[in-house]
Ligand binder design. Structure first.
Ligand code: AMP
Length: 296
């Protein structure tokens, strides 16, 4: 596995891999402090690709003022061990100066999809994500790029960006990896105190409870489902709800409160963002009426 820190060297290495027929190029962008969620993306990339490139870059552009850019957890040595173990061929770790040598004047902005959920609570966040992912796609020119559904809105935004801008890359969405008790893996979980960690289980628990209630027919409408999500989270005294919403996916359009969820065609998302102390956690479940009905 090669560790590369400059764009020039990465381009040369990838040219060599392409010339040697080590294609397709699979790409896994991350911010590091890797866990089993990231590992699952690398494994999936390794199955589908001739060359796996992982990037580790804490992108200042996607953090708002007062967010955790400066304190975002980092552990390069451990990250490199995980990347090698899971099958990465190249790990790209650029400095901020390498990625942004001058003040940025060109940004990529995806409208409407970024107005709700995390886009509403973190203004500018998705412009930062779309801009850095565009830059990384231009540098790596991957055939496949792997993203986790843990960040389902990010997947929706990036798919739309790729489609609108005719980028020649296929976005592969991978399932959410969880601890055995249900907590979605996140680099930010290290911020949680023992009490917060234990109360944070209300996120996955409420998502599961609503799914079950829909399957059993005890909850029908969007409004009922949303109320059940909220009351599930309120079982934790430490939880401060940022949002708990049910929308269509991937368009992220609202669903009328009185509408029966099982009458919605296509995919839907139940999405949560909840703060425990200073730590903001997200979780979600993407589902279709058909899937739920199969189980009824
Ligand atoms: P991050 O390092 O948080 O920017 O995440 C890098 C990639 O890993 C993104 O595509 C995330 O969606 C994905 N990811 C993070 N946590 C998980 C998880 N628990 N399960 C699956 N993918 C994840």
């Amino acid at each position: 596995m090669r560790v590369i820190r400059t764009i020039k060297e990465l381009r040369e290495a990838l040219e060599y891999m392409r010339a040697g027929g080590h294609t397709p190029i699979g790409f896994v962008p991350t911010m590091g402090y890797l866990h089993e969620g990231h590992a699952s993306l690398v494994r999936r990339a390794a199955e589908a690709s001739g060359t796996v490139v992982m990037s580790i870059f804490v992108n200042p552009l996607q953090f708002g003022p007062g967010e955790d850019y400066a304190t975002y957890p980092r552990d390069e040595r451990r990250d490199l061990e995980l990347a090698e173990r899971e099958g990465a061929d190249i790990v790209f770790i650029p400095s901020v100066e390498e990625m942004y040598p001058q003040a940025v004047k060109t940004t990529v902005s995806v409208s409407s999809l970024t107005e709700r959920l995390c886009g509403a609570s973190r203004p500018g966040h998705f412009d930062g994500v779309a801009t850095v992912v565009s830059k990384l796609f231009n540098i790596v020119q991957p055939d496949l790029a792997f993203f986790g559904l843990k960040d389902a809105q990010q997947v929706a935004v990036l798919r739309r960006m790729v489609s609108d801008l005719n980028m020649n890359v296929q976005i592969v969405a991978c399932p959410i990896m969880r601890e055995s008790d249900g907590l979605a893996l996140s680099s930010r979980n290290v911020y949680l105190s023992a009490e917060e960690r234990s109360q944070a289980l209300v996120l996955s628990r409420s998502l599961r409870a609503v799914r079950k209630a829909l399957e059993e027919g005890t909850v029908h409408t969007a409004e009922e489902a949303r109320a059940m999500l909220m009351s599930g989270i309120r079982e934790s005294q430490l939880a401060v709800i940022d949002y708990a919403e049910i929308l269509t996916y991937p368009d992220l359009e609202p669903i009328a409160g009185e509408q029966a969820l099982l009458s919605v065609p296509g995919e839907m998302i139940m999405a949560l963002a909840v703060k425990f102390g200073t730590t903001r956690l997200i979780d979600n479940n993407v589902f279709t009426a058909k899937e739920v009905r199969v189980l009824v």
